[in-house]
Write a protein of this length. Structure first.
Lengths: 256, 374
């Protein structure tokens, strides 16, 4: 299996502060990889670098085996169309309604006819468990959970091979967050996507990730399944995984 | 991976099959979408034809939807779908079963609703504006009774931002307008040999009329839009609600400093801009008509009664208050989306300039007997 994302000796500096130093990471196709780490450890920065929103100070990132920033507009655009991103606050276009938001990337493609786009939007809405009548609402009329679902539908509209999630369950109540995790899991199973997520939430982590990369001390501190990670002896990992809350979340996963 | 292919074949029993193969994914299909769709639709009209999807390497919902649409939203009579592709069609089938409701159709009396909505909107604007002014008056009363609670730091910051920082641009515009006005008048006055009246024209025109209106238009565009955008973004990010929960009055902390700052800064800016514009006029007059600076300065107080300056200051205060009030009014109406922010900022500047010019006309009528030279 070819790796989907390869990060090679990546270093990032903000002003005088080094966020990453010689960081290496390979994400294989079909896996769900979670990036965890303390606040300010550069998880979101790494995620944004993976999709080319930020330039690394040093090092290289390859997506689907191709380097980012080749300089060719067409090549870069085609690369960007192969992944979908779910932003933390949804980032729905507030001037468009739900339908237009999901249809936007499809219309940008410029070849599909409106009939097909309409049916595809309705399909994506049903995939994220929303009703057809929700298509005509404006983003300002949606609840937090619905915004995430619409944003997910938009991220999926280009049939991506790779889905990136930035804090997918932040700001949702436990019940909603659980059903959102279930939704992403079932989509992952159905579509065979590669998923990369950044999260703080242990329930989300335990519910979704098949592999975990721990980001601390400017590099990938540990990489492996949740079981393997919890056995690593390091102050940050102990703190992150070994409090009561973590135990409960992990226990539930083992039992369920 | 091979690209999407369509092939016709006949099996041992003499039945005709359409064999689909290759990659039926959005990114692979996009370049040949039209051709493929036309071919599929043409084939689908042939009811005897069987569909064999065994050769398809990968299928996403775009590819599946293309087939589904060609089939007329139902499975054809003879179709062979490999088990690996079944979930894709199952998803499609599930989504088409839900009843669909479009946006509500427009009725024949839609225009009545539109007119009604517009009038109600205008009425709400009026009510909100009156409420804003009323709240501001209550705030001023409160500040007068308890001066220590006044938002003086914010007022001072606003005074700096919308007053001091506006000085270069108003000076530049004023100077150029002065030169242009003086130059054009000089061309006409020369014809009549009425050269020295240049001082009267510039003095009355700039001090009484042009200075205040010019500054009001500049400040509305510069500070008014900034105030609307600032309040609007604060609404979007819920900062205004955060203030309210801490028991801080938004009108006292956000509206009052802006209104007070512009009420103070505007007359000063008017004075500054008029002075620079007169300088520009004097320079141009010296070049065009050989009128010395000493003569210009000496004549000015004689031909422009001091009452004109008082009127200009009164206009400055009034325009300042109006621009700030209009800016705050529209800023507080911003709803949390980008469209609303841009339309309210535009509305704020346009309304402020219009209102300033309307009020200027009222001033002109009300003060028509004051300050005219004998």
């Amino acid at each position: 299996m070819k790796p989907v994302i390869e990060v090679d000796n990546l270093s990032t500096r903000f002003g005088e502060h080094w966020v990453h130093r010689d960081l290496n990471l390979v994400i294989e196709a079909g896996k769900v990889m979670a990036l965890v780490g303390g606040s300010g450890s550069g998880k979101t920065t790494l995620l944004r670098q993976m999709i080319g929103l930020l330039h690394p100070t040093k090092g290289q990132i390859r997506l689907f085996g191709e380097p980012l920033f080749t300089g060719s507009i067409v090549q870069e655009r085609n690369l960007r169309r192969r992944f979908g991103m779910l932003f933390q606050y949804g980032a729905l276009y507030s001037a468009f309604n739900v339908f237009q938001n999901i249809a936007f990337p499809l219309r940008e493609l410029g070849v599909l006819d409106e009939d097909l786009i309409h049916d595809l939007v309705m399909l994506k809405l049903s995939m994220v468990e929303l009703l057809p009548r929700h298509a005509w609402l404006m983003p300002s009329e949606l609840s937090g959970g619905m915004i995430k679902r619409v944003a997910l539908a938009r991220a999926l509209s280009m049939e991506p091979e790779l889905l990136l999630l930035d804090e997918p369950t932040a700001g949702l109540d436990p019940d909603r967050s659980e059903s959102f995790v279930r939704l992403i899991n079932s989509l992952h199973r159905q579509l065979g996507l590669t998923v990369v997520l950044v999260t703080h939430d242990l329930d989300t982590l335990a519910g979704m990730a098949s592999r975990v990369a721990v980001l601390a001390e400017q590099r990938i501190l540990a990489l492996g399944t949740i079981d393997e990670i919890t056995r690593v002896d390091h102050p940050f990992i102990r703190n992150f995984f070994c409090c009561d809350r973590a135990h409960r979340a992990l226990q539930e996963r083992m039992n369920g | 991976m091979s690209s999407a292919s369509i092939a016709l074949e006949t099996d041992a029993e003499g039945r005709r099959w359409l064999r689909l193969g290759g990659e039926w994914r959005l990114m692979a299909l996009a370049s040949r979408y039209e051709a493929l769709r036309t071919e599929l639709q043409a084939r689908a009209r042939d009811a005897d034809l069987g569909w064999n999807l065994d050769g398809i390497e990968s299928l996403d919902s775009v590819g599946a939807m293309m087939l589904w649409q060609a089939w007329g939203h139902a499975f054809p009579e003879r179709v062979q779908i490999p088990p690996s592709l079944e979930p894709v069609f199952a998803r499609l089938y599930a989504s088409t079963k839900k009843p669909e409701t479009g946006p509500e159709p427009k009725g024949r009396l839609e225009w009545v609703v539109t007119v009604g909505r517009l009038s109600l909107g205008l009425w709400r604007h009026l009510v909100d504006f009156v409420a804003l002014v009323g709240q501001l008056i209550i705030d001023i009363g409160h500040v007068l009774r308890a001066p220590r609670e006044g938002p003086w730091r914010e007022t001072s910051a606003n005074l700096y931002k919308s007053g001091v920082r506006a000085m270069p641009v108003t000076a530049l515009v004023g100077f150029l307008i002065g030169i242009v006005l003086s130059y054009l008048s000089a061309l006409q006055l020369k014809n009549f040999g009425a050269d020295i009246f240049i001082v009267n024209i510039l003095g009355m025109g700039i001090i009484r009329e042009l200075g205040p209106v010019l500054v009001a238009v500049l400040v509305a565009g510069r500070s008014g839009s900034a105030m609307t955008a600032q309040l609007g973004v604060m609404r979007v990010t819920e900062e205004i609600d955060a203030l309210a929960t801490m028991g801080v009055s938004r009108s006292l902390r956000l509206v009052f400093p802006k209104v007070a700052a512009l009420a103070l800064a505007m007359p000063l800016l008017v004075l500054w801009t008029s002075a620079i514009a007169l300088m520009g006029g004097a320079v141009s007059a010296q070049f065009q008509l050989d009128i010395s600076y000493a003569f210009f300065i000496d004549t000015l107080p004689k031909v422009v009664p001091v009452a004109n300056l008082t009127i200009a200051m009164a206009k400055g205060v009034t325009f300042g208050i109006l621009v700030a009030l209009v800016a705050c009014h529209f800023g507080l109406r911003v709803r949390p989306n980008t469209e609303s922010l841009s339309s309210n900022t535009t509305a704020s500047v346009v309304s402020a300039i219009t209102i300033v010019i309307l009020v200027d006309a009222v001033f002109a009528i009300a003060t028509r007997k004051i300050g005219m030279p004998l």
